[in-house]
Design a protein around this ligand. Structure first.
Ligand code: CUA
Length: 319
């Protein structure tokens, strides 16, 4: 117990269930503290009793008292405590599955990244993004979870509990961020070599900001703004990147890898692994397998320095 505070001091920050920023995470945080405090009280009680009968009053208990102790302490007390905990635990479950209001997201677990589709109310086609989840604050968004090949688990500790993602079966959860902020989500089910590198950024924004952001995401890609970026676009086409990646508004319509229409504006690259800087775009393109073992994208390490730099400029410009 003396060591615990020192260890728990690390449980703050952008990926912690002990720093809740959403209503579901708050409820789980309360459950954790109720269980912890309850467990400490019980531990003190049992050990106090043990100490009493072994050190303070070592006389034999009367048969009547011992029988009473077994019935009350061994049957009634655990039944009441465990029954109350079960009722409390079950009572917080429905909210975590409550339907959303306004926005539905479909998140698919891929090897090892996240396909994200936003379905605003009444939309007939999704707005496609990847590896970043944005949610409006103060409203409950529904999240439909799915997986391409293996089981993953979707977890944003600061906003709510985790939920498994199964191939061929949809699971649903909903989240309600309370304050604007930025957090980190992480795959919580071992799914292969790069499981630990399967993360994502989470941003909660006021509704008006969120709506503006979503409109920006729905727009086709910006045309290249510089000569270098223009050359980069040609290299992107020449190297066949469009067979796996989509850049809406261009010939690139691949759906195997993440949609890159607005990749330059994302907070991370490679599902939470790198930053979206020119240097990191170059590192990713040339060292995919070294950065993320067993990733499907090959390393384009044969590109000349100029080609690589132009390509990075093009991708960074896709804001
Ligand atoms: Cu996906 Cu672990």
């Amino acid at each position: 117990m003396l060591i615990a505070p020192a260890l728990l001091a690390a449980c703050e920050g952008q990926q912690s269930a002990l720093a809740p920023a959403g209503s579901d995470a708050r409820v789980l945080d309360d459950l954790f503290w109720v269980m912890l405090v309850g467990a400490v009280i019980l531990w003190l009680l049992i050990n106090g009793l043990f100490f009493y009968v072994t050190r303070i009053n070592r006389a034999a208990l009367s048969r009547r008292f011992a029988n009473g102790l077994i019935v009350v302490g061994g049957v009634i007390f655990p039944t009441v405590v465990l029954g109350a905990l079960l009722t409390y635990g079950l009572s917080i479950m429905p909210d975590q599955r409550a339907p959303g209001e306004g926005l539905t997201l479909r998140v698919t677990g891929e090897q090892w990244w996240w396909r994200v589709e936003y379905w605003p109310d009444g939309a007939d086609a999704p707005i496609i993004a990847a590896n970043e989840i944005r949610l409006p604050t103060g409203q409950r968004s529904e999240i439909v979870l799915d997986s391409a090949r293996v089981i993953h688990s979707f977890w944003i500790p600061a906003l709510g509990g985790k939920m498994d993602m199964f191939p061929g079966r949809e699971s649903r959860m909903s989240l309600m961020p309370e304050t604007p902020g930025r957090w980190r989500g992480q795959c919580a089910e071992f799914c292969g070599a790069s499981h630990a590198l399967m993360a994502f950024d989470v941003v909660a924004m006021p509704l008006a900001d969120f709506t503006a952001w979503l409109q920006m995401q729905a727009a086709p890609a910006r045309p290249p703004a510089t000569d270098a970026a223009e050359r980069g676009a040609q290299i992107f086409a020449r190297e066949g990147c469009g067979a796996c990646h989509a850049v809406r508004g261009t010939e690139a319509r691949g759906a195997v890898g993440p949609d890159l229409t607005h990749v330059g504006s994302r907070l991370s690259l490679g599902a939470g692994t790198l930053k979206t800087t020119l240097t990191d775009f170059e590192r990713w393109i040339t060292h995919t397998g070294a950065i993320k073992p067993e990733v499907e994208m090959p390393a384009y390490d044969y590109l000349t320095d100029t080609d690589l730099s132009d390509l990075a400029q093009y991708l960074k410009g896709l804001e």
